[in-house]
Design a protein around this ligand. Structure first.
Ligand code: ZN
Length: 321
């Protein structure tokens, strides 16, 4: 059974576009049991960087009212999918795809948090404070390579309030897409395990979206978790957009994170249908090849179970209540 930290299937469904990585009818047979399904209010698309180094500017903010309207449509698209929706870790089972309702970028939440409980009541269980753009709560990290994630200011007062409100309600707070200052502000404000749903090791791939060793240490010390992102641009040492990247690049990040944090703090955060992933993996139907690669690298049954699902379940139990 594989629980995954991030996919963008809902965005494709909302746009009426075909999906590339996640075909629910075949994903189930490959062991995909779901995970975080993003409600992402898109910024205007920018072309993928084709040259190294790159430095994509932060996109313009999206006003709350507009984001709230689009989020309703995205949520309706998620509810139309043939998947269960999780409000408890016990909702996950093999042979069934189960979705955690995750907001990637908190723009649909009112700055005074007045609609947060309503969203919780409808099943929202995870919020990434930002996508890579500024909003009322924090400043996202721009896409840059090679570059530090230390790119700007941390959380606003409303951002710290949102973290505390999420702690109170039992909503997971995701630090992926935050800049470094925002990460440390979440670490200071939150009493829950720190979670990066889809980020990698900066020491192996110096993209601004990846996590520094000190951040990894803080995640470990909080009992938290990192979902390894399968995007080739966040895996490869050269940061290049090369689809023909081997699955062993994913294993390389798993190895590093396990070495740094311990096997209890590493999981998958595929970014399926939101990024270019290794052709050798293909999509969710290729997940058994990734599990085989972990076994070939020396991970035993217990370690594979932790990385593929047990670690996510532990963090969900510690966070939701
Ligand atoms: Zn993302």
């Amino acid at each position: 059974m594989i629980i995954d930290g991030h996919n963008d299937l809902v965005l494709h469904c909302w746009r009426g576009e075909p999906t590339e990585h996640l075909d629910l009818s075949t994903a189930e047979a490959a062991g995909f049991a779901g995970g975080f399904f993003a409600l992402y209010v898109p910024s205007p698309p920018t072309p993928d960087p084709t040259e190294i180094p790159y430095a994509v500017p932060l996109p313009a903010p999206i006003p709350h009212e507009e984001a709230a309207r689009i989020a309703e449509e995205l949520f309706a698209a998620l509810c139309a999918l043939p998947v269960a929706r999780a409000t408890s870790a016990d909702d996950f089972r093999s042979g069934q795809v189960t979705a955690i309702v995750h907001m990637e970028g908190a723009e649909p939440i009112a700055p005074d948090l007045s609609n947060l409980e309503n969203w919780y009541g409808r099943g929202l269980r995870s919020i990434g404070l930002v996508w890579s753009r500024p909003n009322d709560f924090a400043e996202g990290v721009p896409f840059r390579f090679p570059a530090s994630p230390d790119t700007g200011d941390g959380l606003t007062a409303a951002g710290s309030e949102l973290v505390r409100a999420c702690n109170r309600l039992g909503i997971l707070v995701d630090v992926s897409h935050l800049n470094e200052a925002g990460f440390w502000d979440v670490a200071a404000a939150s009493d829950a395990p720190l979670v990066a749903t889809h980020s990698n090791a900066h020491a192996l791939c110096a993209a601004s979206r990846n996590l520094l060793d000190a951040q990894l240490d803080a995640i470990r010390d909080s009992g938290g978790i990192v979902g390894v992102n399968f995007a080739v641009t966040f895996l490869r040492e050269d940061g290049s957009l090369v689809p023909d990247t081997p699955i062993t690049e994913i294993v390389r990040h798993v190895d590093y994170l396990v070495e740094r944090m311990g096997v209890d703090h590493v999981a998958f955060g595929s970014d399926f249908d939101g990024a270019v992933v290794p052709v050798e993996l293909g999509g969710a139907s290729g997940l058994p090849r990734l599990v085989d690669a972990l076994r070939a690298a020396g991970y035993d049954d217990g370690a594979v179970a932790k990385i593929t699902h047990d670690n996510w379940l532990r963090v969900l139990r510690a966070t939701w209540h």
